[in-house]
Ligand binder design. Sequence first.
Ligand SMILES: Cc1cc2nc3c(=O)[nH]c(=O)nc-3n(C[C@H](O)[C@H](O)[C@H](O)COP(=O)(O)OP(=O)(O)OC[C@H]3O[C@@H](n4cnc5c(N)ncnc54)[C@H](O)[C@@H]3O)c2cc1C
Length: 436
Amino acid sequence: MEISVAIIGSGPAGFYAADALIKNADDAQIDIIERLPTPYGLIRGGVAPDHQTTKKVAIKFEKTALKDGLQYFGNIEVGRDVTLEELREIYDVVILAIGAPADRVLTIPGSDKIGVHGSAAFVGWYNGHPDFVELAPDLNVDAAVVIGNGNVALDIARVLVRSSSGRAKTDLPNYARGAMDASPIKDVYIMGRRGPIEAKFTNVELREMLDLTECAPIVDAADLPEFIPENVENRDRRLAKKNLYTLCAFSELDPGAKPKRAHFGFYAMPVEILGGERVEGIRFERTKLEDGHAIGTGEMMDIPCGLVVAAIGYRADPVPGLPYDEVKGIIPNDKGRIEKGLYAVGWIKRGPSGVISSSRPDGVEVVEHIAADFPNGGKKAGRTKLLELLNERAVRIVHFEDWKKLEAAEHHRAEQAQPRQKFTDIDAMMDHLEGK
Ligand SMILES: Cc1cc2nc3c(=O)[nH]c(=O)nc-3n(C[C@H](O)[C@H](O)[C@H](O)COP(=O)(O)OP(=O)(O)OC[C@H]3O[C@@H](n4cnc5c(N)ncnc54)[C@H](O)[C@@H]3O)c2cc1C
């Protein structure tokens, strides 16, 4: 089917959609438009730097990027260099794959104090995302609290307490690795408002806490329920059972066996950040569960700390000209279809949950919508018009071969065991490409 398609965003959802189009629409002309010079979205900027195996999915996406019919337009931000309306005028189909990059904000008194960060910013900083390099969090503190009971909270805690030799094998940018290696942090608290059964940690990530050479995971056995209630569904029940088993193992460990500790705290709702200009602690109210909801009991407890990271979820930014679902933090859509010619995949479609491969079916679904909406293919020029527009505006396109040059330089600059030393500054990327 001859049709011109612009996919906005080069994260997993964008690449899965491209892949599905290539497989099902032979003559589709597919352009992936990405605001950063570097591709792969949260695979590069979210997935933990010590989870290099997970990042290897990018190898599959690279194969897609090199397929005939597909072009990568890096360094092109929709809304800055070209508008959504313009893309809709020049392409038959536009697919939004822009993710949900913003933090759900912690709204308790004191959350504006220095030393309180959202996970998107904190993770972006330690992953070298150009938007967050300036964050430079102060890690010269003894204790950190991570609010949240999902894998992002675990990632943050684990990276903070990992040994220096462990970090040397990651792709942490040197500035983040240096700050972490110099940090005196000995205690990290991972706090959830509900209990271990409700926690969203995957078991593999939870068990990984046992492998840390310098840190003992700790949990109070009194927080571990003796049985899983009948109303917990089968899938959740299996996860809860495995996690309980792992947490039981944590509860039997000697907290003094290793120099650092990761404390798992449950049934605790953050109510206030304590301190002056900077965070000095955080106050939690103990909770109990009623119908699965955490209800405050009035009993308070304070944890002294100099760093708070709120890993309480993500949301999409509204897109000018399109409706926005404030509650779900997504663009409203019907199974990926916004309207004829405009579709959504990945986190902007479903909201910020699920793993990388959860976005694969979204691509297949969108291809079905396109086939139904364009039974005779399309007629718009697409790429040639985009190139004309960008040329008129003198925008520097970073093509896929440019990205490969950047990547080669990142590998070349890596020290010893590091997989890569990332570019974290867009000007530096451009200078490298210009041979400066
Ligand atoms: C901290 C963290 C750790 C994670 N770890 C794992 C893990 O270990 N394993 C796992 O399976 N999953 C993990 N996930 C989940 C996984 O990353 C997501 O499921 C997946 O990245 C969502 O894909 P997406 O394409 O919808 O969004 P994204 O990956 O966010 O991609 C969106 C892309 O759109 C681009 N973009 C945004 N706006 C514009 C614009 N205006 N113009 C052009 N381009 C734009 C962005 O720059 C980005 O490249 C993690 C998520 C987070 C937040």
